[in-house]
Write a protein that binds this ligand. Sequence first.
Ligand SMILES: *Cc1c(COP(=O)(O)O)cnc(C)c1O
Length: 399
Amino acid sequence: MAMDHLEIPLSRPDIGPAEEEAVLSALRSGRLSMGPWVERFETAVAGRAGRHHAVAVNSGTGGLDLVLRALGIGPGDEVITTPFSFIASANCILYSGATPVFVDICPKSLNMDPEKMERAITRKTRAIVAVETFGNPEWMDAYESIAARHEVALIEDCCEALGTTHKGRPCGSFGRAGVFGFYPNKQITTGEGGMIVTDDHRLAELCRSMRNQGRALGWRPGESVQPSGAGGAPTGSWLHHERLGFNFRMAEINAALGVAQMSRLDEIVKKRRAVAEAYLERLGTNADLILPTLSPESRMSWFVFVVRLATTYTREERDRVVASLRRHDLGAGDYFPCIHLQPFYRERFGFREGMFPIAESVSQRTIALPFYNTLDRRDIEIVSQTLELMIKRENLKRG
Ligand SMILES: *Cc1c(COP(=O)(O)O)cnc(C)c1O
C-alpha cells in the first residue's frame, strides 16, 4: 500500500486547514504524548461506532494484536478469518500463537461465506476475525449470530469501513470489539494509527494497560502514587508493570490530525460516495468488468474502488493491465493477493493453490483504481478510457 507519485495516484489523503491548525496546536501545547487530543479522538471514534469505549493505538495491526491478546487467545486456539484481505487481519492471529483457519469468500460481497464459516467452527475455535472487504459490510450481522450461537468472540477488523453502516448499524458496532486503521489510504488518516472500540469495559481497560507497558488497570497520566504493594514500584506509579505490555501509544500530533479528520468525516464520506457513483456510472455498461456490488442495506463510505476482469481473463492479462495503467502514470493495484498463498503461510501451514477457489479466482482478476476525495470527472474519464483501452489490447493479443 505504498503511496506512489503518479499523475493520478491510487490514493491521496484529504488534509486541509482544519488538520494543519489542530496539529500545530498539539505541537505548540508542549504535551506530545498521553494528553487531551488522544482522549478527544477516542471519544469521537467511539461515538461514530456507537461504542462506550475506544482505545487509540499506533496502528490498526497493533489494535488487532492487543484485542486477541486481551481476549486470552493463544497457542492451541483456532481463529477463523478470510484469506482475501490485507495481511494484518491474519498476522494478528499468528502473533498470539493461535492457528489461523481460513474460510472462502462469497463472490459478490467478497466477505467470508457465512455457511462455510459455521462449518469451520471446531471445539478449538475461540474467535472470528471478520473483515469488511474493501469496506463492504455485508454479512456482519450474520457473523454476529454465528459467533453468539457457538460462543466464540467476533472481532471486527473494520480498518476499511469507518463511516459505513449496515442495516442502520455503524461498522465497529458488531462483535466483542472492532479495530479501525488510519494509514493514509484509509477514509481518514492520522499518518499511522489505529483504534479499538468495544462496549466491554474490562477488555478496554486491558487494552489500555497493554498499549502502555502493562501499567495498572485504570492508570491515568499524572495519577498520584498509591501506597506500595508487596514489592517493586508502588501500585499506580509510572514504573509499576502488572502484565506484559507494549508501547502501542498514539502520539498527540497524530491524534490531533485524527480529531480534525473526524470532524470532517461526513464531508469526506459524501465525496467518496460521489466518486464511487461516478465510476459505477461510467464503467457500469462494460461487459469485460465486474463492478463492486452492494447490498441495498449497506451505506458504504468506500475504502477503495476495486473492479475485476470477467472470468474469461487470466492473471497474466490482469497483471499486464495493471502494469500498463502504471506506465500511463495512473495508480493501479492488485488488491489483494491471497494471504494463504503468501510465502511464509505456505511454508508454515502447507497452504496450496486450490484450497480457497473463490478467493483465488477473484484475487487474480482484481484491479484497484485511483480513488480519493478530490478525484474529478476528468480524472475518472482518463482512468476509465485508459483501462478500457488496455483491456481491448489484451483482447486483440488473443487474436
Ligand atoms: C489497513 C488495514 C489494517 C491495519 O493496517 P495498519 O497499517 O496497521 O494501520 C488491518 N486490516 C485491514 C483489513 C486493513 O485494510
